[in-house]
Write a protein that binds this ligand. Structure first.
Ligand code: GLA
Length: 731
């Protein structure tokens, strides 16, 4: 039996070939010892790819150091695996160091490689799991700085995962002013840059602009990946559409201040780079110490933006999300937040739970307001002790009741925060992030805890774990409702203060690791004032994340559409909530709210205590329907068939991997007349398979359905949905 190696080093040409699902990544070590990029795209054979090397144009740019006869050779003109600064390369460097002598020169050249059968986990940081991994050793012999580049490919996802580790091999400390994760080169500039921008309750809208000469940059300076710009960008060939054309996607497995840059460089090439934001960043790298950078996942698609999304979805479901939960049926919750806010007692909670008994809801989640003296958002954060004045009998009583109805119990925490009006703050005011002699900046009346300090993390781990261990809790919603200010830690020396944002991420990961691992039977959902920290690093710990505080069905079509560019539907927590909607005031039909919320990890969040038998029956029916398509939500391939940003419609089609089953949900914003000749797109089916389509008497071939589409059958009115099921006819 021949075992195909995913990673091969060809000695004669010094070329590395990395073969993943449908893709090849190749680079070689050139005559100067420089790691020069050759190709990333659809699978190609291991021919000598060096014939595509561009010749440098005539220029007066600097030569390779010490090589006055280097002719046109110059670091600036090589497609880079890692661009560095001060030795002839004027592009955005991935690394800048201040060496002990004060110079900032770097020249990281080839120093060997290793191919590892299994991927090592970065220390203290999440990353994709598994996969054969290449470690490329680079070294600056003059400066005593080394850099290892890690590359991992997968046979079940069209992505390459990359990261860099910088090591100080010198006897003296040096300062890292910039330490990005990667450099990646593309051979042209004919791309549009796609990013996901937004705000609270308006997360992940799609922006698409043509790239230009110079640098297009997106970033966060908040010590959180943020709702402003997701740590994702894509380069789509001009004209590439949802299902056609080349697209490269970049997504950082990182939750703190980051940057991603696209640079149109001389001679028509494009360079992409990024990682930890170097704004407000200087890292003291002691002698012998390493700086590990977060991983970037680079997806490739020749099938348009949809193909890129499917590559990310496969990678995240197969290798990022906790395998205990990635493809498992998710808790189907009733959450009390939109129903009650802080205004509840045991009787109210019991009535909400009782009303959904027997509907298929399996978990009751008690949101904010159960602890400390928290009756509004001005107090109590940090005091993870049940408020028995509000809840007689403590958690024990309500949990016993919920369990007696056959449901599990879940609880809200905001572990990274403290209120000034709390016992924790009164005892340890220094635990809050603050700069000396400056007043606090507040947000939602709360302060951030200094997770860079171990004693602060120990307090949080101990107090959260105590609640989880002492009570029968099956589910945790982990919220994070403000961003950092005063990037300063009382626990660090002055010269280390610009390490704060990255150290916050490391502290957060340590916290997640210690709480998630200590509670293997608890399901964790992430949240951040809605969906402000929706990134791959959080998904590593939390299999799903609350997508947005805006749960209006109309608004959700935009938010869920944008989020799906990088993240699988199973990652998006989506609830059916009250009308008029709390954020928009809009009234949409219950069926529409459910159909949109069912395109994710679904749940309900409303005051069910006033439910009639009819409401209950409808909910039961909806949950039954959800379960019948749940496998497709958890494992299926997503085809986006209509964009709410470009049309009156939104369409998601989910197709099982074996193409035996599919569901198409289409939403029409505004009702209209005389539109009966409109066709709905159908995608992803097998051309030759015959499908039974729900609502039609006919059996239709996949090719027919995909070429002709479907005639829509929407109910009258605005904000309506239509769903179609496709089932392969048994032979
Ligand atoms: C944030 C979350 C909400 C809810 C509230 C509670 O806004 O996004 O879902 O949990 O906090 O305070």
């Amino acid at each position: 039996m021949i075992i195909a190696m995913a990673i091969v080093f060809e000695k004669e040409t010094k070329t590395f070939f990395l073969d993943g699902k449908g893709v090849t990544y190749a680079f070689f070590i050139n005559d100067f010892g420089y790691a020069e990029h050759l190709y990333y795209g659809k699978t190609v054979g291991h021919d000598d790819l060096r014939y595509i090397r561009g010749r440098a144009c005539s220029s007066r740019d600097a030569t390779i150091p010490g090589n006055d006869r280097g002719g046109m050779n110059c670091y600036h003109y090589f497609p880079a695996e890692l661009a560095f600064f001060g030795t002839g390369d004027y592009r955005e460097p991935a690394v800048e160091v201040i060496n002990p002598a004060g110079d900032r020169l770097t020249e990281l050249l080839y120093d060997g490689y290793e191919i590892l059968a299994s991927k090592p986990k970065p220390s203290g940081m999440p990353a994709l799991r598994d996969g054969e991994t290449l470690v490329l050793h680079l070294k600056d012999k003059t400066a005593g700085l080394a850099c290892d580049l890690y590359y991992t490919v997968y046979d079940d996802a069209a992505v390459v995962a990359r990261r860099a580790v910088y090591r100080n091999e010198d006897a003296q400390r040096r300062l890292l002013r910039r330490a990005y994760s990667f450099t990646f080169g593309l051979p042209s500039q004919n791309y549009d840059v796609i990013s996901l921008y937004g705000a609270w309750a308006r997360e992940r809208r799609i922006d698409r602009v043509p790239m230009h000469h110079g640098v297009v940059s997106i970033d966060s300076k908040r010590a959180s990946s943020s709702a402003t710009l997701n740590p994702f960008l894509a380069l789509a060939a001009h004209g590439a559409s949802e299902e056609q054309g080349e697209v490269y996607g970049f997504n950082l497995v990182y939750s703190s201040s980051y940057v991603l840059k696209v640079e149109g460089v001389n001679c028509g090439r494009t360079l992409v780079t990024g990682g930890v934001n170097d704004f407000d960043f200087t890292w003291v790298l002691e002698s012998g110490a390493c700086f590990e950078t977060p991983e970037v996942v680079i997806a490739y698609s020749s099938d348009g933006i949809g193909g890129m999304s499917r590559a990310f979805h496969d990678a995240y479901r197969n290798h990022l999300v906790n395998p205990r939960y990635a493809k498992k049926t998710r808790p189907l919750v009733i959450n009390n937040w939109e129903g009650t806010c802080f205004n509840f007692n045991n009787d109210k909670l019991k009535a909400i739970a009782k009303a959904v008994e027997g509907t298929g809801i399996d978990t009751f989640v008690l949101d904010d307001g159960w602890f400390g003296k928290r009756n509004d958002d001005t107090s109590g954060l940090g005091d993870w002790v049940v408020n028995t004045e509000k809840m007689e009998g403590g958690l024990t009583e309500i949990i016993r009741y919920v369990n007696s109805l056959g449901m599990k119990f879940g609880l809200w925490f905001e572990p990274e925060m403290v209120s000034e009006d709390s016992d924790l703050y009164r005892a340890h005011p220094d635990y809050a992030v603050a700069a000396p002699d400056r007043p606090h900046c507040y947000s939602r009346h709360q302060l951030l805890l200094d997770l860079t300090r171990k004693e602060v993390r120990d307090y949080i781990v101990e107090s959260v774990n105590r609640v989880l261990h002492e009570n029968n809790i099956a589910y945790v919603k982990w919220d994070f409702n403000r961003n950092a200010t005063a990037f300063y830690s009382m626990g660090r020396a002055p010269e280390q203060q610009a390490e704060f944002a990255h150290r916050y991420a490391l502290g957060l990961y340590d916290l997640c690791e210690r709480i998630v691992e200590a509670n293997p039977n608890v399901f964790f959902e992430g949240c951040s004032g809605g969906g402000a920290r929706f990134d791959p690093a959080m998904l590593y710990y939390f299999p799903q994340i609350w997508t947005s505080d805006d749960s209006d069905a109309e608004e959700r079509t935009y938010i869920q559409y944008g989020t799906s560019l990088a993240y699988p539907l199973s990652a998006m927590s989506c609830h059916v909530t009250e009308v008029p909607n709390h954020q928009t005031g809009r009234i949409t039909p219950m069926k529409t709210r459910a159909d949109i919320a069912h395109l994710g990890a679904t749940g309900y969040e409303l005051d069910t205590s006033a439910f009639t038998d009819e409401d209950r029956a409808l909910m039961k029916e909806q949950i039954k329907e959800y379960h019948s398509m749940e496998r497709l939500v958890l494992e299926g391939d997503l085809y986006r068939t209509a964009s709410p940003q470009d049309s009156n419609l939104f369409g998601f089609m989910l197709v099982s991997k074996d193409k035996q089953e599919a569901v198409l949900t289409v939403y029409r914003r505004m009702g209209s007349v005389n539109n009966e000749y409109m066709r709905l797109q159908v995608r992803g089916l097998d051309e030759d398979t015959e499908y039974i389509v729900s609502g039609f008497e006919k059996t239709l071939r996949g090719s027919t359905l995909m070429n002709l589409g479907l005639m829509p059958r929407f109910p009258r009115g605005d904000f309506q949905t239509a769903t179609y099921r496709f089932t392969a006819k048994k032979a």
